[in-house]
Write a new protein. Structure first.
Length: 259
């Protein structure tokens, strides 16, 4: 896609705090070219809207990863909502995700905060407003071509950082979401979400600026909008990450039309 900015996009960048923009040159090739995409599933269950949370009764046995891998979208959402997807879930109202169920872009955050818990969707409140401006600068919208989710699906006590076991419990859920959504690219945000997807303990500074892969899908790592609100000097770096993701998207094969 072209990264030449019109006046509206420059205004959106102004909202992000990025006041100077120069066209990017050619970036380094991705570490590994993504495999040919499988045709998007036409199974209605895989693209149906998530089921409403069922009344919480006595939880059934926690599904194992092998069970999660066989769930359709509705079953997966219900398992999370009912606290049956692992100890990290069921403590509070869950935030499964929101957006286009046939997305080009999957945006992954860390764990819901108070704003997200109240809204019932990821990236709400001031961080969500910043993310919306970032997406609009790329002519994207959180309701079209984009799906938003978090690694951990419920707010943690005191908004503390996720623990290692909570992240481990959460990864099979995200993996299944990726399998069902089949995004063309993943934008992962935050110092806890990035290592989980990329399977590395490297700092963000070493992971930015190049493409990675998760489940065969290209991944670009960047800062979480909540971090950018606290550290506005890194907004220009985040914009560069988005430009890299857009350049990579422009090199990917178009999504096949459903049969």
């Amino acid at each position: 896609m072209s990264l030449e900015l019109d006046e509206r996009q420059r205004a959106m960048l102004g909202e992000m705090g990025v006041t100077v923009w120069q066209p990017l040159g050619r970036r380094e090739a991705v570490e590994a070219a993504p495999p040919a995409r499988r045709p998007v599933s036409t199974n209605a269950a895989a693209v149906a809207a998530p089921a409403a949370a069922a009344p919480v009764g006595q939880p059934s046995a926690t599904p194992q990863p092998a069970d999660i891998e066989s769930m359709n979208w509705e079953a997966l959402a219900a398992a999370v909502a009912q606290g049956r997807a692992g100890p990290a879930f069921g403590r509070r109202p869950t935030v499964f995700g929101s957006g286009d169920l046939r997305p080009d872009w999957l945006v992954v955050g860390e764990a819901p905060d108070e704003h997200e818990e109240r809204a019932g969707e990821p990236f709400a409140g001031p961080p969500g407003q910043l993310l919306d401006n970032m997406l609009k600068a790329l002519k994207l919208d959180r309701r079209q071509r984009v799906y938003l989710t978090n690694i951990v699906k419920c707010r943690l006590p005191g908004d503390r950082n996720p623990e290692a076991q909570e992240l481990a419990d959460s990864e099979p859920i995200l993996r299944r979401q990726v399998q069902l959504l089949q995004p063309r690219i993943i934008l992962v945000m935050g110092r806890f979400a990035v290592p989980l997807l990329l399977g590395t303990g490297e700092p963000m500074g070493r992971l930015r600026g190049r493409a990675h892969q998760y489940q065969g899908v290209p991944v670009i790592a960047t800062y979480h909008p909540a971090y950018l609100l606290r550290n506005p000097h890194d907004k220009a770096r985040a914009w560069a990450d988005l430009c890299l993701a857009a350049e990579l998207m422009g090199r990917l094969e178009p999504r096949p039309n459903p049969s």
